[in-house]
Write a protein that binds this ligand. Structure first.
Ligand code: FES
Length: 111
């Protein structure tokens, strides 16, 4: 597991996203209205829509292409659709506000 610095908490607006690249892996970081930060792969499991361009509502994002609803806590697609997108644990340094994402090395190489 790698711990990778991906920016500062102030770089993401509330209910907004920011895209970071880790090797060939593209990650969409979201800030929810409670201030928590979530990270999922920036690729919809349906037809690869850019989830970072979706609308955030509560702890879900709606894919901009066909409106699939994805849980930002775990990447699970909500019924009636099915599937899952990779999600990553985000660590926020409470003192500095710096953000880190924990990613399995195989995931970085496989993307
Ligand atoms: S590509 Fe995301 S819902 Fe179709």
């Amino acid at each position: 597991m790698k711990r990778i610095h991906v920016g500062h908490v102030t770089e993401i607006g509330e209910k907004r996203s920011r895209v970071v690249r880790v090797g060939a892996l593209e990650i969409a970081m979201f800030k929810l209205s409670d201030g928590s930060i979530k990270a999922i792969e920036n690729r919809c499991p349906h037809k690869a829509g850019k989830l970072s361009e979706g609308i955030v509502c509560d702890h879900h994002v709606f894919c901009p292409l066909h409106d699939w609803k994805i849980d930002l806590h775990n990447g699970v697609v909500q019924a009636p659709d099915e599937g899952c997108v990779a999600s990553f644990r985000v660590e926020k340094d409470e003192a500095s506000g710096e953000l880190y994402v924990h990613i399995e090395e195989e995931k970085i190489l496989a993307s």
